[in-house]
Design a protein around this ligand. Sequence first.
Ligand code: NAD
Ligand code: AKB
Length: 319
Amino acid sequence: MKTKILVTGACGQIGTELVKALRKAHGWKNVITSDLYPATEGMQQGGLYLSLDVLNKKKLGYLVEQTGTTQIYHLAASLSAIAEKNPVAAWELNMRGLLNVLEIAREKNVAQVFWPSSIAVFGPDSMPSVCFQNSKADPLTVYGISKMAGEYWCRYYKRNFGLDVRSLRYPGLVSHSAPAGGGTTDYAVDIFHQAIAKGSYTCFLKENTCLPMMYMPDAVRATLELMAAPIENLSVDTSYNISAMNFTPAELAAELKKHMELKVNYAPDSRQQIADSWPLSINDRQAQQDWGWQPHYDLAGMVKDMLGHLTFKEAVWLK
Ligand code: NAD
Ligand code: AKB
């Protein structure tokens, strides 16, 4: 069967990078992107783009049928910080959106679905420092609750309808192609842009707040590797822990200062409370065992690569 991929929420931080990789792997004609925005000529440049609200199940079903979609990558969601500002709307988007995708996939015989979960499923009662694959979920945010429930919905569709749904618990992701979309880990993206533009940054988390993080090329590769893994190798039917690095804002700032002048102030806001409820690190042994997961980037490698891309774009002189 020919692969035909539909990506929802494709204009966001992950979609911007994942779509490029999917198009490289499967051909640009076979990857259809969609998001809330109206279709423009510019958007069609790399391949077909369709305007799609994932809450519109009828249109989702119509598009899946008309395009002969065989895989859905469902990225549309509200991230942690934005979700806390309007919990009911975030629940509706994150849950109804996922259920629409799962139902349409079942009804239209879509072969595979990818749906991202997050380290936000963990919380104070999970583990004091390291969260293992089967550590207790204990989300304090509406975002984390929606990810936890989503994981169990994915498992339900897998067990009851045989739907091949695969999922990763992404850590905070750092990337240079698109802005971060309203999460608690966004500081680790913003700091690069402010450092280059102004040489200073005011961080909304405390300097010693350690969180699990990952560079986008690793996250994209993990996604492709999981989706290509033989199904019989996959022992986790909720969502896989994956890990790459753990760092604090102060450690990220110190790494940046090896390359440039930078002054960082700390003015924690409501996002601090969210970060304080998340794990310090993640154990991903199951992903390593089942489908060979290994990250390529550590903090130093990520900072160097990010600055290379951003300074190329913004033509800024580096020390
Ligand atoms: P993002 O906010 O950057 O992008 C989400 C996209 O969804 C946006 O382009 C937005 O316009 C679109 N969208 C919003 N409502 C929609 C709707 N009703 N219909 C269709 N599209 C809609 O998010 P992201 O960082 O790309 O994250 C994608 C997924 O990965 C989410 O499920 C998120 O929870 C998960 N995730 C992200 C991170 C991270 O650090 N970026 C970490 C863990 C998990
Ligand atoms: C967020 O901060 O909301 C995301 C995530 C870790 O899920 N980056």
